[in-house]
Design a protein around this ligand. Structure first.
Ligand SMILES: C[C@@](CO)(OP(=O)(O)O)[C@H](O)COP(=O)(O)OP(=O)(O)OC[C@H]1O[C@@H](n2ccc(N)nc2=O)[C@H](O)[C@@H]1O
Ligand SMILES: Nc1ncnc2c1ncn2[C@@H]1O[C@H](COP(=O)(O)OP(=O)(O)O)[C@@H](O)[C@H]1O
Length: 283
């Protein structure tokens, strides 16, 4: 893909979990999930400048995250270590996606860094290997490297690709940062939803098993969900929260509901993507 180069602005799209079931737990405490990932057209954006000194620098530190802990920096260093690459990069990250929002922003940033620098440094790591590398950074990273809307299993690393119909979503952003580990660690979490066959899933099937725990711990999530359900009964939370969303019949219908939000509520309309914008790179 020749159009992607050092001058490009690289997208890191958000995801929605169209349903999310906890079907078990691994010996190491990680939860076995079934979920459908859908990419949407709301993105963080990345730019890269080459560095001859081999170091990785983040020119735009993320508020509240030490640069060495930032998933963008960790992803770049992981790729360097994996390939023995001696080139470096300065990373410029333009954050749009809320942190701790269940939209996978940090994971998507990490995946786009892996895809972009693998291309720019010409390190030639195949996509499947990049997915495995991404898993070391977080359970959500592999799907963004994978690049297709899909039914995911395991901790989120085994994929059955899906063709999803176009959809317009209204997404509400409660003003809280939900810590994923605390939601998965709750004694109240239901962990025994029966597994389904990926081929049996259809849009509208399944709920989010993390939702009740997040709503109990964060009343703002519950109140945003209650408001959205007045307009769209199928509204649900994405990931471990905090954001909640609903599909509408058209972008106009979603925009109309958005325009009716009470003062102070933050929400926006996004369209479902047919695939990740970097899906064809390194394939
Ligand atoms: C819940 C989901 C659904 O897509 O999304 P988000 O809400 O984070 O967007 C993901 O599974 C989150 O993935 P990610 O955010 O990458 O999680 P990680 O950093 O790997 O894990 C954070 C912590 O959550 C717990 N965890 C995470 C994933 C999983 N399958 N089981 C778990 O028990 C573990 O305690 C882990 O230490
Ligand atoms: N580049 C990054 N963008 C967002 N969060 C990051 C980043 N690097 C590290 N983090 C950490 O990852 C956590 C989870 O962020 P994020 O992926 O945006 O939320 P979620 O997993 O709920 O979708 C943040 O609270 C933050 O501490």
């Amino acid at each position: 893909m020749n159009e992607w180069n050092w001058h490009s602005r690289w997208p890191a799209p958000a995801k929605l979990n169209l349903f999310l079931h906890v079907v078990g737990r691994r010996a190491d405490g990680y939860h076995l999930l079934q979920t459908v990932f859908r990419f949407i057209d709301r993105c963080d954006w990345l730019r890269f400048s080459p560095r001859a000194d081999g170091s990785i620098e983040l020119a735009t530190p993320t508020p509240g995250v030490a640069p060495d802990d930032d998933l963008t920096v960790r992803a770049a260093r992981l790729l360097q270590a994996h390939t023995g690459c001696r080139q470096g990069a300065t990373i410029h990250l333009e954050k749009t996606l809320p942190m701790g929002g269940g939209l996978g922003g940090g994971s998507s940033d990490a995946a786009s860094v892996l895809l972009a620098l693998n291309h720019l440094w010409q390190t030639g790591v195949p996509r499947g290997e990049l997915e495995k590398l991404g898993l070391a950074l977080g359970a959500d990273v592999p799907v963004f490297v994978h690049g297709r809307n899909c039914f995911a299993e395991g901790v989120g690393e085994t994929f059955t690709d899906l063709d999803l119909p176009p959809a317009a979503y209204l997404i509400l952003q409660p003003p809280v940062l939900v810590p994923t580990a605390a939601i998965f660690g709750s004694p109240d979490l239901r962990r025994d939803t029966p597994a389904m066959r990926p081929a049996d899933w259809r849009p509208g099937i399944g709920g989010n098993d993390l939702e009740a725990v997040a709503c109990a711990a964060f009343p703002a999530v519950a109140s945003h969900l209650a408001w959205l359900r007045q307009h769209a009964p199928d509204a649900m939370m994405t990931g471990s929260g905090a954001c909640v969303f609903a599909a509408f019949g058209s972008e106009d219908a979603a925009a109309t509901a958005c325009a009716g939000m009470p003062e102070g509520m933050i929400g926006w309309v996004a369209n479902g993507l047919t695939q990740h914008p970097l899906a064809e790179i390194a394939r």
